[in-house]
Design a protein around this ligand. Structure first.
Ligand code: 86X
Length: 492
């Protein structure tokens, strides 16, 4: 007995949960959750991060899901070099306008200075498109689609934030070539829809889909589409993007094909990307004061089994049952972990797995073994219930689905509460100061107008939803004719 108490006291002093409330210091809460749940850690290089196995397995899940979707729709994976010769990057200087200060360069090879410096890829358009021009010859080569999963380096000078703004991050970049403008339009929409499915149905994060404004689109694109999510602190975060590149790059890189009509034409291109940022959003949107809360469909462990026993005699039967249950779950493809560590008490284990956001906990004690039952505890709403062993699989599956749905529902409510319709600039400023979130407003769509709004308020156009009709006729800011409804916000 004394030994046990000692253990409890020791654990109490050792265990470090999240020490601030999400509602009180959001930024500090976020950092603590990421570090303490074991998702990531700081690296020795300033502005860089280490993605730890727990965090990386979420990325692997995201990869697996999206990779499956794109492969089913004609995309193949490839790998292009990390280094891009300066001459290639310069070729498209105007499309990368504004980005150049962010490029990291390699200037030395061993002790020798390189004849031409090499950029560490900030994105791969230039190196890919130079090669595409050799591979694409005829209409038979189209549509042409490649994707790569890789790391990207952008030498940010702003303060970094784990997952959201680091100098190196992981992403996928898809690049496609088509014979017509319309085919490229379709491709842009298809990829955005696939992102939407991934983000809403797997990450359980509701988004607003639409177009970027003139000022916010990728300079190299005809138009840019986006998925925007809302964080609980009222700031917007882009989850994914899909661009129609028109013939901008194909003209610069000479990507031409011989069409059926015998004429040489430039291809129409698209590019689209999603990065490890989405993991940051996952933390912010679903986490709570106890730590991470993971949606079952992307959780590395969906279920944790914690055996509970105090005496030697109990240990054997409880562990035997716990193992049996673990096996049954695994057979049903339910990702589970049996925490049979001797050196920690059940209470300590509960806290740890809550911090790590495991959606469902199964507790098994001697009484449960005797009664052929187990205790289920949900991470999302703390509900506990006793269920019969023979109902286990059915109830676990149903509960996981319910948790997935509930997380989305909660997040959707939060998003909706963070959308405010405003009709004039006074209202706009007031809402932006008091509650932030999305400010939905009739807008003229002019570049000059959005620049002024940004300058005066720090808010930018996040998204112009597809097919949302304007009711009011006047731009909320300049009073000219409104052409669309735009969602403004401060953004991460
Ligand atoms: C824009 C465009 C595009 C493929 C995507 O958004 C999805 C995946 N690429 C990326 N972008 C740049 O082009 C860029 C270029 C340079 Cl040189 C840079 F240093 C930073 C950049 N950041 C974004």
């Amino acid at each position: 007995m004394l030994l046990r108490l000692e253990k409890v006291y020791k654990e109490m002093s050792e265990q470090e949960g999240v020490t601030v409330k999400k509602s009180e210091d959001f930024s500090e809460w976020y950092t603590q959750v990421v570090l303490k749940s074991g998702l990531a850690d700081y690296a020795p290089v300033k502005g860089c991060m280490i993605i730890r196995p727990y965090g990386y397995s979420i990325w692997e899940k995201i990869r697996e899901i999206f990779d499956g979707m794109i492969k089913e729709t004609g995309v193949r994976n490839a790998y292009f070099p990390l280094f891009i010769p300066e001459r290639l990057l310069k070729k498209e200087a105007e499309h990368f306008e504004g980005f150049t200060p962010e490029v990291a360069w390699v200037t030395m090879g061993g002790k020798r200075k390189l004849e031409e410096k090499l950029a560490v890829r900030p994105t791969s358009e230039t190196i890919m498109y130079e090669t595409f021009s050799k591979w694409i010859r005829s209409w038979r080569d189209l549509p042409f689609r490649v994707n790569q999963w890789c790391n990207i380096v952008r030498w940010e000078t702003k303060a970094t934030k784990l997952f959201l703004r680091t100098r190196e991050f992981l992403w996928q970049e898809g690049h496609t070539c088509h014979a017509t403008k319309e085919e490229a339009d379709e491709e842009v929409r298809l990829r955005l829809e696939q992102y939407e499915k991934l983000v809403e149905e797997y990450l359980a994060i509701p988004v607003i889909a639409g177009k970027k404004s003139e000022g916010e689109k990728f300079a190299g694109a005809l138009y840019t589409t986006t998925l925007e999510a809302m964080m609980p602190d009222g700031r917007a975060l882009q989850m994914a993007t899909s661009h129609h590149l028109g013939q901008n790059f194909s003209k610069a890189f000479g990507i031409k094909f011989l069409d059926k009509d015998g004429k040489g034409k430039h291809v129409w291109q698209t590019s689209w990307g999603l990065s490890t940022r989405t993991i940051g959003a996952l933390v912010m949107v679903h986490g709570d004061d106890k730590g991470l809360v993971l949606p079952p469909r992307v959780a590395p462990y969906q279920v944790v089994i914690v055996p509970i026993y105090y005496e030697k005699g109990e240990k054997k039967v409880v562990l035997k049952k716990a193992k049996e249950i673990s096996k049954r779950l695994r057979k049903e493809d339910i990702r589970s972990v049996l925490d049979d560590r001797e050196e920690y008490t059940p209470g300590w284990k509960f806290n740890e797995w809550e911090l790590k956001g495991v959606p469902l906990r199964i507790e098994i004690g001697p009484k449960d073994v005797k009664n052929e039952q187990v205790v289920l505890a949900r991470r999302d709403n703390s509900e506990k219930k006793v269920i019969k062993e023979k109902e286990l699989i059915r109830v676990v599956k149903r509960t996981l689905e319910d948790i997935q749905k509930n997380l989305f529902k909660k997040a959707k409510k939060c998003l909706e509460e963070h959308i405010t319709l405003v009709n004039d600039f006074e209202e706009f400023k007031e809402v932006l100061e008091k509650k932030r979130g999305f400010l939905k407003a009739p807008w003229c769509g002019e570049l000059k107008c959005e620049e002024k709004i940004k300058e005066e308020t720090g808010a930018t156009v996040r998204v112009i939803p597809f097919e949302e009709k304007v009711k009011s006729s006047k731009c909320f800011f300049c009073g000219k004719k409104a052409k669309c409804v735009a969602y403004f916000a401060k953004a991460y």
